[in-house]
Design a protein around this ligand. Structure first.
Ligand code: HEC
Length: 168
């Protein structure tokens, strides 16, 4: 019966298009927006800044709380920094129109950016190792070295507006 065949075909097409739009909807939902990606990386970078500052502040004290302050913050730095190089997918620069301090060279000089990111990760690993030795003098020196490795990247890849707009 041609009529039934037609209906079956139309039904299948309807089911297909339903499934397709459902799947497309899921894909759209699953992909984080550029805005979310930039916000999330800034939040995580702020965590790293806060962790390093907490360590620096603790080292200024007469006695250090290693277990509650220094070690957990060293761990935060280690956890976060391991992913830093994944936080800058193409399209998440200033050309997106979203407010970001990341400068275009992040994507134009990717090799150098990656090198600086890895250098910082190596200093973070050293910091965590030194921290476990609970020697304040040694940790001060390593925190300073780590700070320089953060700055080395910020000098070229983060807009100086950041310092102007945020008191450090
Ligand atoms: C390989 C490059 C690179 C390294 C290494 C690096 N950063 Fe950054 N950082 C950036 C870039 C790029 C931005 C701007 C991100 C944005 O605005 O989207 C940034 C932003 C920041 C911000 C500002 C976040 C905000 O918007 O409030 C802080 C804080 C920060 N970084 C801390 C650190 C610390 C601490 C280290 C070292 C432990 C570090 N960064 C190492 C590239 C780097």
């Amino acid at each position: 019966m041609p009529f039934l065949r037609f209906r079956r075909g139309a039904g299948a097409a309807l089911v297909f298009s339903l499934i397709f739009s459902l799947a497309a909807g899921l894909v759209v939902q699953a992909a984080p927006s550029i805005k979310d990606q930039i916000k999330s990386r800034q939040d995580k970078l702020r965590d790293m800044g806060g962790a390093l500052k907490a360590i620096d502040d603790e080292l200024k004290k007469r006695n250090q709380d290693w277990d509650n302050v220094i070690l957990p913050n060293a761990q935060t730095l280690k956890d976060r920094s391991a992913y830093l190089l994944n936080w800058f997918p193409k399209g998440t620069g200033p050309e997106s129109g979203v407010k970001t301090y990341a400068l275009p060279p992040v994507w134009q000089k990717g090799d150098d950016f990656t090198k600086l990111g890895k250098a910082m990760q190596a200093e973070v690993a050293k910091l965590a190792q030194v921290a476990s030795g609970k020697d304040a003098g040694a940790l001060k020196a390593q925190a300073f070295t780590l700070g320089k490795s953060c700055k080395a990247c910020h000098d070229d890849y983060r807009s100086p507006d950041y310092e102007k707009e945020n008191e450090e």
